[in-house]
Write a protein that binds this ligand. Sequence first.
Ligand code: NDP
Ligand code: 2IT
Length: 451
Amino acid sequence: MTLHDYLDFVKQRNGHEPEFLQAVDEVIQSVYPVLERHAEYRKLKLFERMTEPERLISFRVNWIDDKGEVQVNRGYRVQMNSAIGPYKGGLRFHPSVNQSVLKFLAFEQIFKNALTGVPMGGGKGGSDFDPKGKSENEIMRFCHAFMGELARHIDHRTDVPAGDIGVGGREIGYLFGAYKKFKNEFSGVLTGKGIGWGGSLIRTEATGYGLIYFAENMLQAAGTSIHGKTCLVSGSGNVSQYAIEKILHLGGKAVTASDSNGFIYDPAGITEEKLEFIKDLKNNRRGRIKEYADKYKTATYQDTPPGADSNPLWAIKADCAFPCATQNEVGAEDCNRMVRNGVKLLAEGANMPTTPEGINILIDNGVMYAPGKASNAGGVATSGLEMTQNYMGTNWSSGEVDEKLQHIMRNIHEISLAAAKEYGKPGNYMVGANIAGFVKVAKAMQAQGVI
Ligand code: NDP
Ligand code: 2IT
């Protein structure tokens, strides 16, 4: 089969799933040379099998809002691949959630989880439920209703969900409570749990911290470091908050944050105090990032019109860029501007935030580029550490978990570079991460037969 044949195979079966096709396209472009070299992988149709979910569950979620009206939402769990461990991946609650979005996320998760070195297969789930503007009771009722169905399909040795957009510590609590009640069982069936009831220290921080550890590895490989660098960060949720925190710890300066309405630019830098304001604003008060500029006069706020081709956040002069909000938030024009402005590194905190055209522009112009499946793997890796602690019935200190996280990110950096070099693309983290993740899963599927 040619590269085109593989793409056609997936297109024919998933024609109406643009995000899924985008994720598959990137991976097949990277791993085609592996398939050329390995007749046994081709014969076993490993790539074709990896693009077909092992199981895709879609279900109705009914709940009653505060006005007493019945609401109907759609819930999903995509159990994509279990060759190297139980299905593992987050739950996303956002109105944009559909089958295509969750299949792209579950597909990415297969390779990301393989890169971590922790035994976890790939999965993802969620709902088109919009948490915005909902009361605390509505959130709780929705989470309980959602788990009412999901509980039949998961187990701590089978499928272990966690958070993603719209699902944080609060939602994990309600989901866990429902699972425990329905199954009459206290187990590590979810990660991102609270400290004191099975959660791991550093899981909350892990994705953002891991992202900056990964970027620091890239910069050190190029003979420099994040110290003194000006950084653009998008989003203001879990990943962004802890990316900004780690940039600060390592002596860099984060100057932006955003949400679905707009972004703030603070040339003076986001300090520890200002970051605490963002955490309180987004995690407790659930307000808009605009309030940051109302409070801190060093900052300006700008609206970002929905559906625009480019975002002026990426036109700000800086050294490093960390998109941490959502898919396809960085387009070709944004990347052209970053190249013109001398941005040296872009590492993805979000999943698939850069469009394929954008990635090509970055790579062709020598910008160091890290794909999310490598650079944001610290979150799921630490979820894996939470699972291990749950299985062992123990709790590690934050120092221990942080050390393991740093080690994992360093290892992902090394194996990605090694795979890129082996396949004639030295320094290409995208190709390297895709190949290293793919080969690990391919070997496991080969060993387990056609099943
Ligand atoms: P949160 O829900 O905590 O925060 C999401 C942030 O992105 C918010 O600031 C939100 O704005 C903004 N956002 C969401 N959707 C859009 C949109 N369509 N357009 C513009 N802004 C948007 O999510 P996380 O921080 O957990 O996740 C962010 C990204 O990181 C996602 O791509 C996720 O898949 C990825 N990721 C998350 C991991 C984790 O451990 N949580 C692990 C690895 C990757 P607003 O405040 O207005 O809603
Ligand atoms: O995209 C991701 O890796 C996550 N949302 C985290 C998944 C997890 O199981 O911790």
